[in-house]
Structures are given as C-alpha cells and as structure tokens.
Design a binder for this molecule. Structure first.
Ligand code: LIP
Length: 274
C-alpha cells in the first residue's frame, strides 16, 4: 500500500509541477501577470496558479482515491466519504513568494497519511526538476533530470559552529519580529543561516545534506508532511522541543550527531517560547 501511495504522490507532484511551471512561464517576467491576492496578511499571497494546481491535485485524488480525505492549503478539507483511513496533505505551491518572484525555490508537496501517520511523501521543484521522495521504511531519494538517482542521508555535523541552519519567518510582522530575535541570538553560535523560503524544500535539503539543521515556527501540516518524512527517512531527528512532537507550533530537525547541541541551542535562544 505504501508503495502505491508513494507512486501516486510522485506522479501527482510532478504533473502538478508541470502546471505550476507553465503558469509561471505564461505570466512572463515579474509578478503582475500572476495577479497575486493577499491571504492572512498583505505579504501572505496566493495566485490563480496555486488555486489551479490544487484543483488539479484534488480532482485527481477524488477520481483515483474517492474514499480518501484531502487537506489542501488553498481549499481546506475534503473529508466526505473518508472511509479508507488515508488522508492526503497537499501544498500546490510551497514557497509561493519565491514563485511570485520567479526565484527557483518552490515546490509541490504531496503526502499521504494512513490512520494519522505520514507513510509516503513527494516534494517536486518544477524550476529545477528535482523530486524528493520517501516511503516509510524505504529510505529517502532524490531524482533530477540527467542525474543518477541518489539515496539521501543527513550530514554527520556534530559541531554547532560548523552547522549551516535553515529557518523561516511568518507572515505576521509581530511574529517575524520575535522570530528575528531568536535568529539574532542563534547566528553567532552557528556557521550561518539560510532563509530559503519553502519549508518542504528546507526539509529535503536537510535530508540531502545541503544544510545541517532546520527549525521554523508557525508552519502548517501541508508544508512539512512530505518533507518531514523525507528528512526522517534520511536519518533526521525531529522535535517540537520540551517533549512535543515536531508540528505547527515548532518544527526542529537535524542529524543525530548534532541533535542534543542544536535542540539545546534552540531552547537557549528562546525558540521554544515563541
Ligand atoms: C511558506 C513556508 C516557509 C515559510 C513561509 C511560508 P507557503 O509556505 O514553506 O517555510 O517560511 O513564510 O509559510 O506560504 O509559501 O506555502
């Protein structure tokens, strides 16, 4: 079952990604052609391409998996007929601001939960063609055009001053101010930080060893469901600090060698109190 769900997640993420890339190209350079609309704040944007990609994902899932439930960033919940125990979590464009600015750091994220546990996930970056995937117990993998498939593993970084840390900030200015204070306390203690703009890809980059650690506050399940499984299957340790699971309030992940030091640093810098 996991393999079938994973195959479908990869297929849907890549086909939706083709729609997203076509929408980006059709809008031409710049942002106006995408007619962005504000959501929770003036900087939290959504475009018609986001909505069209989610309509595609939901339509295909309802056609192919009618007994499953769906939770999507742009369309809320579809739970009628939820008899299979399978729920899909989809983000049609994770990194919407990057998409709006044609920064090639955005992804379609598709994850499948069985009885509340994510068992399959795919994250596809249409701009680069990279597809990250994982099925529970099957490892994490990266495919890219013209490149050999690669099994993913987190780094063995064990020293905070050598750690490259990715994070993100919320759309509400007050939250960003608090999050920036944590980042300001953290930056002198690590190699550097990266704010790349898409949680799903941040977690995939952790899995791929492109960063050593990641934390962010205020995500949604559709942001991290697939990337979190991919990171875990690549060996990452995940937590929400203070015994809480990684989730919406706080998502922290790193390799086992850095886990105690990094999670302790996040406690020291106030990340758990955001
Ligand atoms: C984004 C996240 C990112 C976060 C951004 C935004 P969206 O999701 O993936 O990690 O820092 O503020 O929430 O809104 O592009 O789907």
């Amino acid at each position: 079952m996991t393999e079938d769900l994973l195959d479908l997640a990869v297929d849907l993420a890549t086909r939706a990604g083709a729609l997203v890339l076509a929408g980006r190209d059709a809008a031409g350079a710049g942002r106006t052609g995408l007619n962005p609309a504000a959501k929770s704040t003036p900087t939290d944007v959504v475009t018609e391409v986001d909505r069209a990609a989610e309509r595609f994902l939901v339509g295909e899932l309802r056609r192919l998996r009618p007994a499953d439930a769906i939770l999507g960033e742009e369309g809320g919940e579809h739970a009628d007929g939820y008899g299979s125990g399978v729920r899909w979590l989809v983000d049609p464009i994770d990194g919407t601001v990057n998409f709006l600015y044609a920064l090639p750091q955005y992804a379609v994220s598709v994850a499948a939960e069985v009885d509340g546990t994510v068992v399959a996930g795919a994250v596809h970056n249409p701009a680069t063609g990279e597809t990250y995937r994982a099925g529970a117990g099957g490892g994490a993998w990266l495919t890219a055009p013209g490149r050999p498939e690669r099994r993913l593993a987190v780094t063995g970084c064990a020293d905070l001053p050598q750690a490259l840390v990715a994070t993100g900030f919320g759309y509400a200015a007050a939250a960003r101010a608090r999050q920036a204070q944590v980042a300001a306390r953290l930056i002198p203690r690590v190699r550097d930080i990266r704010r790349l703009g898409a949680a799903s890809l941040d977690l995939c980059y952790l899995a791929a060893g492109r960063i050593d650690a990641y934390y962010e506050q205020g995500l949604h399940a559709w942001d991290y469901a697939a990337g979190g499984l991919i990171a875990a299957e690549a060996g990452a340790v995940r937590t929400g600090l203070r015994g809480r699971p990684a989730g919406d309030d706080l998502y922290c992940a790193t390799g086992p060698a850095l886990a105690d030091a990094f999670f302790g640093l996040l406690e020291d810098t106030g990340a758990a109190d955001l």
